[in-house]
Design a protein around this ligand. Structure first.
Ligand SMILES: [Zn+2]
Length: 601
């Protein structure tokens, strides 16, 4: 789970940041097919103002009411001309959970619709609180078993009505494997409205139980093909001129990873014979060593340095080997987003992505921590998972949670005491992480980690993969589902993710049996009718356009269908083959206009 809505309240107009990084020439703004147009900050401001005015002028459609204030979080200008402003909301100065909305404008800045998380108007007054902040803090500390920070009043609009509530961050929670929790307590009744971990863990508590019950021990093969060339993107330009070297400068090193073979890494030369595992061509993206501590601040990590610019030895005997996988995986993920959509960093703000390896003591998991903006990788618990969880598609999956966090911020509808998440928006979040995570492999084109539509195929699981997009139900460990049913509304999120992952695969590749690369797929359909794919590239563009423009924190599978249809319409037109294929792909997983449930939010 990702940290709730408060963090985004500052006005962050990401598109206006000149994302040059330390030495941005490798990322000159020449990405073909970029999904957005860069605009000046004054243009972005005028778009935000037009969207805010339109939101109040069309209050019956947008649900914005008196006492609301809209804070722009993202401004996106489509190459085709439309503009979109994502807002979070405060009501009488209190943050509104589930109050997010995207206002759509035409090229001429006239109102062109809204995508909103809550279907109702926000009403609440701080004077109504019956609990004190101190009582809320005590309650939060007791349910999350940790140290409560200070409680502040919010309006919880996530559940079909507005409720006055306290939001409390609880650190050092013994009920979560990493990081902290955010607890929302009803300010009138004292009831716990939600209690969610602030980090997203790759392996759910439920899956870990299943693996233990089955007695599966994971010891995936490492050090593979250490002589083969990986395809880390070589640095271009800025070769230091020996006559006048000014440190730090960009350097090109080599790494021997645990899982991806030998790879090229762009590093920083800090002085003669001194190198740092930090990539100036990718916004200063860096990996550090958490030294077995549960460090929650990146500055607590120890820098990886080298005198030779050679990193790791393909085995866990070198502390740098896992760091090579992490740094390589983060770089490849950033490259996928940059090359495919023109997205500059996880938050599209030209800032570094960061990773810490050797995180915690005997931790068999990997996490995205949105507060830290960090990937955290444990070394394995030494019991059932014996290696660091640093494979490429795990990194692509987890960093995509960071992208979702910076865009639609899809939230589970329910989290149980152990941290298992439930509900369609959370399932959609997991699915997007798998979709884009597997796309990272296609961009990386690493022969030691061949691209495919499988997730976690290098983890050494008996079933050969953790999840797969073509026929999700082949994942028996998590019980993933192929088709939507009313019960999907409350499915565990990794199980539920199968619905949209399957729809995406059908859109990209079509139904039936086929071999792509070295993997044979056989994707079924709900109605038995075949689906013809439009190719991975177009399908991926449609899903990214849908995520960034037409999804909000409460988007469910039927909303996602509408979101991808809108994206296909914007990209390819209403009468296009692509638009029709999107519609077919959702029908093939039993998500149709006809079976749309009554509004739930
Ligand atoms: Zn996930």
């Amino acid at each position: 789970m990702r940290r709730a809505h408060i963090r985004g309240l500052a006005v962050a107009v990401a598109v206006t940041t000149a994302a040059t990084g330390l030495a941005g020439t490798a990322f000159a703004d020449s990405a073909t097919g970029a999904d957005q147009v860069s605009v000046s900050s004054s243009t972005a401001e005028s778009v935000v103002e037009a969207a805010r005015t339109a939101a109040f002028a069309h209050a019956s459609a947008t649900g914005v009411s008196q006492g609301d204030e809209l804070h722009a979080q993202d401004v996106l200008v489509d190459p085709e001309g439309a503009r979109h402003v994502r807002f979070v909301r405060t009501h009488q100065g209190m943050a509104v959970l589930g109050g997010d909305l995207v206002v759509h404008l035409t090229k001429k800045l006239s109102y062109d619709g809204v995508t909103r998380a809550a279907d109702h108007k926000v009403r609440a007054t701080a004077r109504a609180a019956k609990l004190t902040a101190g009582q809320a803090e005590a309650k939060a500390a007791s349910v999350a078993k940790g140290d409560a920070g200070s409680a502040h009043l919010v309006v919880d609009a996530r559940d079909g009505a507005s409720a006055l509530a306290y939001e409390v961050r609880v650190t050092d929670s013994s009920t979560t494997e990493a990081g902290s929790r955010t607890v929302v307590i009803d300010a009138l009744t004292g009831k716990v409205r939600s209690n969610t971990p602030d980090t997203d863990e790759f392996l759910s508590p439920q899956l870990i139980d299943t693996l233990r019950e089955r007695g599966e021990t994971l010891d995936p093969e490492t050090g593979i093909g250490s002589e083969s060339a990986g395809t880390g993107t070589p640095a271009t330009g800025l070769t230091p001129n020996s006559a006048a070297v000014r440190y730090p400068v960009r350097a090109t090193g080599t790494g021997r990873s645990l899982f991806a073979g030998k790879v090229t890494l762009t590093t920083t030369k800090t002085g003669p014979g001194k190198y740092l595992l930090k990539d100036p061509s990718r916004y200063g993206t860096e990996t550090r060593d958490a030294r077995g501590q549960e460090a929650d601040s990146f500055s607590d990590g120890k820098k990886f340095t080298s005198t030779t610019n050679k990193w790791g030895n393909g085995a866990t005997s070198s502390r740098a080997s896992a760091a090579v996988d992490a740094q390589y995986g983060v770089a490849e993920t950033l490259d996928f987003y940059k090359q495919t959509f023109g997205r500059k960093g996880i938050k599209n703000n030209g800032k570094a992505a960061r990773a810490m390896v050797h995180w915690g003591n005997k931790v068999g998991n990997a996490f995205w921590d949105s507060r830290c903006g960090c990937m955290l990788y444990g070394d394995g618990d030494g019991e059932w998972f014996n290696k660091p969880l640093v494979v490429l598609d795990v990194t692509g999956h987890e960093l995509t949670h960071g992208v979702v966090d910076a865009t639609a911020k899809l939230e589970p509808t329910r989290v149980d005491a152990r941290g298992n998440q439930y509900g369609e928006p959370g399932s959609l979040n997991e699915s997007l992480a798998d979709i884009f995570g597997s796309n990272v492999e296609f961009t990386a084109k690493n022969a030691k980690n061949p691209p495919n539509y499988l997730l976690g195929e290098k983890l050494g699981l008996d079933q050969g993969f953790l999840r797969r997009l073509d026929k999700p139900s082949l994942d028996v460990l998590e019980g993933a589902i192929d088709y939507w049913a009313p019960s999907t509304y409350d499915a565990e999120v990794h199980a539920g993710s199968g619905v949209s992952s399957h729809a995406y695969y059908l859109l990209a590749e079509g139904s039936g049996r086929k071999t792509i690369g070295s993997v044979t797929y056989n994707s079924p359909t709900y109605d038995g009718r075949s689906v013809t794919g439009i190719g991975r590239s177009k399908a991926t563009k449609i899903y990214y356009r849908a995520l960034t423009r037409y999804m909000v924190s409460t988007t469910d599978f039927h909303d996602a269908r509408v979101a991808t249809l809108k994206a296909a319409k914007a990209l390819y037109g209403l009468n296009s083959t692509e638009y029709k294929a999107v519609n077919r792909s959702w029908a093939a997983v039993n998500v149709t206009a006809a079976n749309t449930p009554a509004a739930r939010h």
